[in-house]
Design a protein around this ligand. Sequence first.
Ligand SMILES: N[C@@H](CCC(=O)N[C@@H](CS)C(=O)NCC(=O)O)C(=O)O
Length: 363
Amino acid sequence: MATYTLYGAEVSYFTGKARAYLRWRGVDFEEVLSSRDVFASVILPKVGWPVIPVAAMPDGEIVQDTADIIAHVEAREQLKPPVQPEGPLQRFVNELLHLYADEWLVIPAMHYRWSYCEEWAYAEFGALSAPEASPEEQFEIGRNMGQMFRGMTPMLGVTPETIPGIEASYEAFLADFTRHLKAHPFLLGGRPCLADFAFIGPLYAHLLRDPVPGELMRRIAPRVADWVASTHAGAKDISPLPADDSVPETLVPILQRQMREQLPALQATAGLFEGWLKTATPGADLPRGFGMIPITIEGRTAEAAARAFQLYRLQGALDAYAALEGETKARADKLLSATGGEALSTLQLPARLTRGNYRLALA
Ligand SMILES: N[C@@H](CCC(=O)N[C@@H](CS)C(=O)NCC(=O)O)C(=O)O
């Protein structure tokens, strides 16, 4: 019997992140398809709301949120090398890229799936949800389920106005990541860290596996497509990270894009969070969003939901920044200034967030 169980699906963004990590970590695990039955018998009774992936630990403990799943396995296994880089500056950049992959690359991922692969996605959703049903029944089941995800795209700021900006930005990202991969096997150097597995979230299920963006990635960024496939398969060919806690220069354009696009959205979301706090009490569950904010991608602007969960990943990055001292902090500030992210050094969340009972809450 496998030690760990991962409940999830091939079409799912965050399942790809957890699966790639578990394969790399080399632990014994079984993946169980998150069918309707699994939602009814495991996920809803234990977690309380419909979400994947969910992992069962060897003692039966149920864990949700990919960062928590990875942290739990790391703590139990104590294997080397760890998924977190050792260097404090590398840790900070690892958290920044984690935030970018989980909470910003979701925009191109959802755009390409739902603007170009809608019917295909309905069939996939139906097949995973009701594996025993006929293709026609699966399509209907998948359409009901998929429409919920499709309906999220305007909330992410995917509109006719922003779509050209999203596509231009994503293609430029692929070019920047290709240049990086020509110089380094993984984001921070010779071995994958949390951020690499986070990149697998958007880049595997949606942007490589879905047919239209998959063809695009293979055509214009074959090196990225190969990297996604091998990192998703478990990334076995590894070497150490730079021992001097340096960060590859080739990450600068990727971080510049993050600071240009995501940082203003985070600042605006933090502003609305401050307003929400005025009537909230400690321990209160956070809403999914705090209202609407403007987002701008390659000069194209739309309203998008001020998603609360982004602030939790932001808190992880700000904590890693706050842990820096002396010369390392000076190097981080230099990197922030080179990437247009100076505002991050003074950005503070007005209250701490925590997770408990599988939900995001005010600490
Ligand atoms: N922060 C969570 C995100 C999980 C997530 O958003 N999963 C998607 C599928 S890939 C989902 O089930 N979403 C349902 C929902 O958000 O209502 C994690 O890292 O596990």
